[in-house]
Design a protein around this ligand. Sequence first.
Ligand SMILES: Nc1nc2c(c(=O)[nH]1)N[C@H]1C(S)=C(S)[C@@H](COP(=O)(O)O)O[C@H]1N2
Ligand SMILES: [Mo]
Length: 532
Amino acid sequence: MSGVQTASGRPRAGAAWGALCGVLAAFAGLAAAQLATAAVRPEASPVTAVGGAVVDRTPPAVKEWAVRDLGTADKPVLTLGIVVVLGLVAVAAGVLAVRRPRAGIAVAACFGLVGAVAALSRPEATWKDALPSLVGGLVAAGVLFFLVRALRRSRPQGAPAGGTGSLDRRGFGRLVLATAAVSAGAWYAGRRLGAYGSAGATASRADLVLPPPAVPAPPVPAGAQARVPGVSPFLTPARDFYRVDTALVVPRVDAADWRLRIHGDGVTKPLTLDLRELLARPLVEHDITLTCVSNEVGGPYAGNARWLGVRLADLLREAGVRPPSRGGPADQLVARSVDGMTIGTPVEAVMDGREALLAVGMNGEPLPFAHGFPVRMVVPGLYGYVSACKWLSELRLTTFAAYDAYWVRRSWAQRAPVKTQSRIDTPRPLAEPAAGRVMVAGVAWALHRGVSRVEVRVDGGPWQETRLADADGDDTWRQWSWPWQAAPGRHTLEVRATDGAGALQTGERQGTVPDGATGWHSVTVRVRAGDT
Ligand SMILES: Nc1nc2c(c(=O)[nH]1)N[C@H]1C(S)=C(S)[C@@H](COP(=O)(O)O)O[C@H]1N2
Ligand SMILES: [Mo]
């Protein structure tokens, strides 16, 4: 051996070089894993698998915080966090490997194991899901081994050439660059192959022609949209529709491969349908506002869309299901998605005559992938986590006593009808409108019960009746507006709604866990002295 040795006999290679070797090895490992992922499924990528495992184990309080303060950035933030931790471990493994190659390499390999275990712990996982992480761990360990060996054999520039196998610092630099380049190439190829893998799904969505509804929804009344700038649009465009799910990569299901299985307690005729068979049934169009149980008072996780789908009650009846009120043994319908989410809905609610749908269309288009293509559930009046399963793959009839669905196991309520809520969209918090007439407006919802009244008050004064926009049925939100004669100074506006049965929205503040937040939304503004 001809490596440069220090007086103590230790290799001279510095910790910084070791760190570089570690990071490069991790990058090479991730790149190799990315390539392997293309051959398995996107969820099996190590970073995604670890992220998914973290999501599954996140305590409700942390999840609440993430949804509230990070919003839709929660997924990128989680991914970034995992990459940062991975980077730190890679640095440590590299530094360690310079002195104790075996230990450093063992750390790299162990990291592959962590990814593999995470991938296997995911719902719907098969042994194949462990492959990308195992491949990544092996490649990282191998690359670390070779880089560190080269580093130990390298000698500072200008030193006399040693025997065979020796490498000068410049040579080592070239090795580093080559490793980085090959890894980047593998990474890119993995991404491209992965995209190629979902090309069929993308095409199946582009080619899907939705049949016209047998029962079209009446046009949205022209007066449903308040003519006040700043109020949420009555129908939420799909691209602006909130998204809440546990999927770190959006499942891309090929419509041709999609199947739905209906089975379980009280199912006398189990069904398995493909998309063609589902679309051959009469389609119903219906406007439904969907909202998330994690929505804080005044929060953004509500959207309203025109859905097209098959009546779930009809399908269940076809399968022989009777609701509990008619002697059926099952009181819970558990929907399962292709990514293993489980969502439990009361059978009674689905079969009580409301337009509970297996939706295929959203605002006149096939569902976007992010919103559940090709088929999802939507049930008027129930929070998404107890009704709106996306990427649906199975409907199983059981009881609430026998089975807790995903979020119920994480401290959320088994049953969760949407609570009456109202929101001030304009003015925005901390806005500084000029004194005089200020339009106050927003939306209110009491889903499946309808909104009969919305009131606002200023600085705790008397409640004022607002003007309600036209209703589009009881299953959607309703807009309201109120002209305020605003005096200069700091003011707090509050809103409350009354539902179709005359029940007033409670002002009692409650957090989102376990079955939805309550309280009146308030907005504080500073009214500027008028210029006139
Ligand atoms: N497969 C799957 N379906 C899901 C979820 C999920 O995490 N996975 N989240 C549910 C929750 S909590 C809500 S609020 C709605 C949100 O639907 P959206 O993302 O289309 O707005 O989807 C529901 N369906
Ligand atoms: Mo939700």
